[in-house]
Design a protein. Structure first.
Length: 112
């Protein structure tokens, strides 16, 4: 008889930490994968207002810290609008299920 599988629960702190890690990936590498979907800065810029994009690029030409902060803020806002907490939670659940499946496979191989 099979074992009962309890549902995986993800804390709000874990979701917030994952979101921050995904945003760091996005800022550092220009892309992040969430639940199998790849998000790039270029894709997210589609959702930023044209006037905001123009202002950011103009400010970047003078290399101000202010422009970098504003660029990160706008990308973060676009990311948050596209990737909500439920989507990040599903991402974390999938990762946990994959890790559990790997653990079971290793356990089966060990005992067989």
């Amino acid at each position: 008889m099979g074992k009962f599988k309890a549902p995986i629960r993800i804390s709000e702190d874990a979701i917030a930490e994952c979101r921050d890690n995904l945003l760091a990936d996005l800022i550092i590498t220009a892309s992040a994968v969430v639940n199998g979907d790849k998000y790039t800065i270029q894709d997210l810029l589609y959702y930023v207002e044209t006037e905001d994009k123009d202002n950011i690029f103009a400010m970047l030409l003078i290399d101000s810290a202010e422009s970098k902060t504003e660029a990160v803020r706008l990308i973060t806002e676009a990311f948050d609008n596209q990737v909500n907490e439920s989507y990040i939670e599903a991402h974390l659940i999938d990762e946990a299920e994959e890790a559990e499946a790997e653990r079971r496979l290793e356990e089966e191989e060990f005992y067989n």
